[in-house]
Design a protein around this ligand. Structure first.
Ligand code: 2NE
Length: 270
């Protein structure tokens, strides 16, 4: 596959090949630990993917073979969050997690090497995970004075079960790709040299399916775990579809034409 750069960034690489976009955290010397800049760039790239109708699937990965991501860069952790060039301490990775949940297109994590801390939560919130056989997964927060009490714990418990999620967080062990697969933490394990092909194979299979069906399935599954915020997303999708119907347009047109709407002309389905 031939990747073409979409836009220049300093701490990520943003490319596409046809309808597939690839966002790569690019700080391999720190095992792709993220700073506020890395996260802001990822938010921008995901937002471009969201708005671009010609992109159907997004792959999130890390540069090199040693790591997907080792989480928040501890060397820029200040008082109350991670500090970037604007000197503001922030946890903008939480906004990125939410964006990955609501973006109405499948996001596939392609994991090579370490998937740790806040980096592993990014893998968790992706819709699917394809891992290389050298991948290792774990949460280190309590070792380094941190934790993720949002998706990192509640959603992790939904995915791998409460006992396992507490084990992960209380003991901070690392798990091999095979072990993570057994725990239903990830979807698929392949040899390292085949991980990109395997990920692309799934992305291309998904691209053959109805994007609206996939969008609604993603929103419905997330609504089950995301409470009102999830229902808002699913409800927004219902509104979007309703806007495309003659019944929806009748309400808009009647208002603009200063007449009474005639909704009686439309069928009600059982
Ligand atoms: C991942 C792990 C176990 C790998 O160990 P190893 O021995 O294979 O590599 P090494 O030598 O530790 O790492 C290579 C270089 O990357 C840096 C290291 O300091 C080292 O740099 P040099 O000594 O060569 O200069 N590096 C690795 N991870 C880093 C990080 N997160 N921040 C800054 N530099 C990092 C091992 O590297 C490890 O345990 N890393 C730390 C994992 C961690 O605790 N991450 C933060 C969790 S908290 C979080 O992410 C978070 C959250 O909980 C809530 C909200 C937002 C974020």
């Amino acid at each position: 596959v031939k990747w073409e750069k979409v836009k220049d960034f300093s701490e990520i690489i943003f490319e596409r090949a046809g309808k597939i976009a690839k966002i790569t955290m690019n700080r391999p010397e720190k095992l792709n630990a993220f700073t506020p800049v890395t996260v802001a760039e990822m938010i921008e790239a995901f937002t471009i993917c969201r708005d671009d109708r010609s992109i159907g699937v997004i792959i999130l990965t890390g540069a090199g073979d040693k790591a997907f991501s080792s989480g928040g860069d501890q060397s820029v952790r200040g008082n109350g969050g991670y500090v970037g060039p604007d000197h503001i301490a922030r946890l903008n990775v939480l906004d990125l997690q939410h964006l990955i949940r609501i973006i109405p297109k499948p996001v596939i994590a392609m994991v090579k090497g370490w998937s740790v801390g806040g980096g592993n939560i990014l893998q968790l919130v992706c819709d699917l995970t394809v891992a290389a056989d050298n991948a290792k997964f774990g949460q280190t927060g309590p070792k380094v004075g941190s934790f993720d009490a949002g998706y990192g714990s509640g959603y992790l418990a939904r995915v791998i079960g409460h006992k396992r999620a507490k084990e992960v967080w209380f003991l901070n062990h690392f798990y091999t790709a095979e072990e993570a697969l057994q725990m239903n933490w990830i979807n698929r394990v392949v040899p390292l040299d085949q991980v990109e092909n395997a990920t692309l194979e799934w992305a291309n299979e998904i691209l053959q399916k109805s994007p609206t069906a996939i969008r609604l399935i993603k929103a419905a599954m997330n609504a089950d775990t995301d409470g009102l915020a999830g229902l808002q997303q699913l409800g927004g999708d219902a509104t979007m579809l309703f806007y495309t119907t003659d019944e929806g347009k009748e309400g808009r047109d009647a208002f603009n034409e200063k007449r009474k709407p005639d909704f009686g002309q439309f069928p009600t389905f059982p």
